[in-house]
Design a binder for this molecule. Structure first.
Ligand code: ATP
Ligand code: MG
Length: 419
């Protein structure tokens, strides 16, 4: 026997059993984006590696350890599977000069790739829906994005999410804070693990993001950015809080919120759950006012977020929402030569009337076909033998209620089934 082919570790199949839940999610997201006037943008899965290095940052987990980058040996291009969507979206916006027409409310969705240790809620191919508002300086748009998330949770039937917000200040206040952090960590270098020591001079902010329990106390006592916050960022952060309160959005301030990507400034936020174990963040985002300029565009402010579809679907399930697969209206069973041709006609006629119809294929007796009709979950069986075909009629048998079967004219069943 030939060796059984297997999928790549950490990259999952979404089987039909589960796919209808994804479809429910996708439909809900589409309705939701339309409600807020966000238009869709679709970018390639593969980009130049350099785009992600320049935007996400060279000294980040994503770029250092998680990115699938490779050389295309056919022309020696250095390429990468996208680990996130913002960089690609911003690249496309710059390349096609979309901001020339004014600020843009955009959204994307699709597969992202990170070489992480696969576990529940953490995969090597996973899916994100992202929302980006480009050309807006906020904080009104920051609030819109957050309010919008809250609306989606409601539409998906998700409860119990906590919103954490923080601020990273301006580039200048970050630089000041960075210098203070380096000094502080230099003085406490014996408490740092290998990763942190290595990043001490390249990306000290990232040390604050460490999950190492042994480093938590040294992190706790590190200088806080909020103490060096510039005036404009302070006002931005306070206005954001004021507006959130006005919209009745509950939040917690987390001054240690550091995102895993370098491009953020000012507002950062995460939606967190206690229901999914260690993989607790389902949606995260913030402002990235410097990114557009950084990758070659005319300076423009922006803000956005991305959510993890796998984690959100797990949460939808945990919250007890049952998403039913679509139920066929009718299953057509047929036997006989004329019956078969008539069955095809019947099926197409019903489909034209907007019904979901399964036409039995593969032959077999009435009894075994009726079993299949039952298993299909269809509301009706439509039974066609040669005598029905000759009369231009079908036998309609309700499968979910105890009502007798009736014989009716072909052209009358569409209306009957739909009611
Ligand atoms: P984490 O701290 O869990 O690693 P992150 O900060 O790396 O998350 P982001 O880059 O902000 O995540 O991505 C936004 C969202 O995408 C996350 O909140 C999460 O829901 C989802 N996500 C990120 N990485 C993965 C992954 N490997 N598998 C599944 N979902 C993921
Ligand atoms: Mg991560």
């Amino acid at each position: 026997m030939a060796k059984v082919a297997k999928a790549v570790r950490g990259m999952n199949d979404i089987l039909p059993e589960e796919a209808h839940q994804w479809q429910f999610f996708e439909r809900t997201v589409q309705d939701w984006l339309a409600m807020y006037g966000y238009r869709s943008i679709r970018t390639p899965i593969v980009e130049h590696t350099d785009l992600f290095v320049r935007s996400i940052g060279e000294v980040t987990d994503i770029v250092e350890k998680e990115m699938y980058s490779f050389v295309d040996h056919l022309n020696n291009d250095r390429l990468a599977l996208r680990p996130e969507g913002t960089a690609s979206c911003v690249r496309a916006v710059i390349e096609h000069n979309l901001l020339y027409e004014g600020p843009q409310r955009l959204s994307y969705s699709g597969a992202m790739f990170r070489h992480e240790r696969p576990q529940k809620g953490r995969y090597r191919q996973f899916h994100q829906v992202g929302v980006e508002a480009l050309g807006y300086s906020g904080p009104d748009i920051d609030v819109e994005l957050i309010v919008m998330c809250a609306r989606l949770w409601q539409m998906l039937g998700i409860t119990g999410l906590r919103l954490e917000i923080g601020t990273l200040g301006s580039m200048e206040s970050r630089a000041l804070h960075r210098a203070k952090l380096i000094k502080y960590f230099e003085q406490n270098v014996k408490h740092l693990d290998e990763d942190a020591s290595r990043r001490l001079h390249t990306n000290p902010l990232r040390i604050l993001d460490s999950k190492n329990p042994k480093m938590q106390s040294v992190i706790e006592q590190a200088p806080r950015l909020i103490d060096d916050l510039d005036e404009a960022s302070r006002i931005h952060f306070e206005t954001l809080q004021f507006m959130l309160r006005e919209q009745d959005v509950q939040f917690e301030i987390n001054l240690r919120l550091v995102r895993g990507l370098d491009y953020y400034n000012r507002t950062v936020f995460e939606w967190v759950t206690d229901r999914l174990g260690a993989q607790s963040t389902v949606c995260a985002g913030g402002r990235y006012d410097g990114l557009i300029e950084q990758i070659g565009g005319k300076p423009a402010p922006a803000c956005g977020f991305a959510m993890g579809v796998e984690r959100l679907l797990a949460l939808v399930h945990q919250c007890g929402k049952e998403i039913m697969p679509p139920i066929p209206d009718a299953y057509i069973v047929h036997q006989g030569k004329q019956a078969m041709s008539f069955a095809w006609k019947t099926a197409e006629l019903l489909r034209e009337a907007g019904c979901q119809v399964i036409l039995h294929c593969g032959g077999g007796g009435f009894k075994s076909q009726m079993k299949k009709a039952d298993v299909s979950g269809a509301r009706y069986a439509i039974i066609i033998g040669d005598d029905e075909a000759l009369a231009g009629e079908v036998t309609l048998k309700p499968l979910r209620v105890a009502t007798d079967q009736t014989r009716i004219d072909l052209h009358a069943i569409g209306d009957l089934i739909k009611t």
